[in-house]
Design a protein around this ligand. Structure first.
Ligand code: SF4
Length: 228
């Protein structure tokens, strides 16, 4: 955390990295430090879903006067994170038909970010932390207080609610601090095979269990495979 408590423009890093960092710190480093990416079926499906939901030109008014904003740019100087919130719902405190402009001007609404995930309902810390970071960014941007967020699981068309409490806020702050430390270090952790590797789109590039910290060992492994 910078001494001022706020990160500068050139220190901001992508909020979406939270899910990569929580999944595997090496995966995060490959994507965010080395700018590598490898698509698989799951990531391609996720990208298509976000193409559909992240359209900033869509402003939907739903039942009970709820207004949904899509693809809203968010940033938190305190966390040093920036990104895009899939959907941000404005829930009017008082009922009555009002335009989005009137609603925003009145400030009589509660804000709830909704993150879209392609898979089944299996809310994980990755999903929770990402949407709580969005809530914290929205609070900072609009001087609001947000007590609830949601994750929508596309395959089941169901949403799970997340209470934005003090414990989750502390954890998100801690993950963001660790991400900044990792970013400043510029080092990619060594590959180590774990249970996550089978679901990882970067497996072919990462080669866990094959790349050793010592390059001599790695070359010897390759050589042994060649002549076997
Ligand atoms: S293959 Fe395994 S070690 Fe490599 S980035 Fe993916 S999860 Fe991490």
């Amino acid at each position: 955390m910078p001494r001022s408590g706020y990160y500068a423009d050139d220190e901001m890093i992508p909020l979406s990295g939270i899910q990569h960092f929580m999944f595997c710190e090496r995966q995060w480093a490959l994507i965010h430090l080395e700018c590598q990416w490898q698509e698989n079926f799951l990531t391609a499906e996720g990208a298509l879903l976000h193409e559909r939901v992240d359209d900033p030109s869509v402003r939907k008014s739903g039942p009970f006067g709820i207004v949904t904003l899509r693809g809203l740019r968010v940033a938190s100087r305190r966390l040093g994170l920036f990104g895009v919130a899939d959907a941000v719902e404005l829930h009017p405190v008082a009922t009555g038909k009002r335009s989005v402009a009137e609603l925003v001007a009145s400030r009589e609404f509660t804000i709830m970010p909704v993150e879209y995930k392609r898979g089944h309902r299996k809310i994980s810390d990755c999903d929770r932390y990402q949407v709580v970071a969005q809530a914290m960014a929205l609070e900072e941007m609009y001087g609001a207080e947000i007590s609830r967020a949601a994750v929508f699981y596309w395959e089941e068309r169901k949403r799970e609610y997340v209470e934005v409490d003090a414990e989750l806020r502390d954890r998100v702050t801690d993950v963001s601090r660790r991400m900044h430390e990792a970013y400043r270090s510029g080092r990619t952790p060594a590959a180590k095979r774990t249970g996550s590797c089978r679901a990882c789109s970067m497996e072919d590039m990462c080669m866990p269990g094959r790349i050793k910290a010592d390059v001599t060992d790695y070359l010897k492994t390759l050589f042994d495979e060649e002549i076997a």
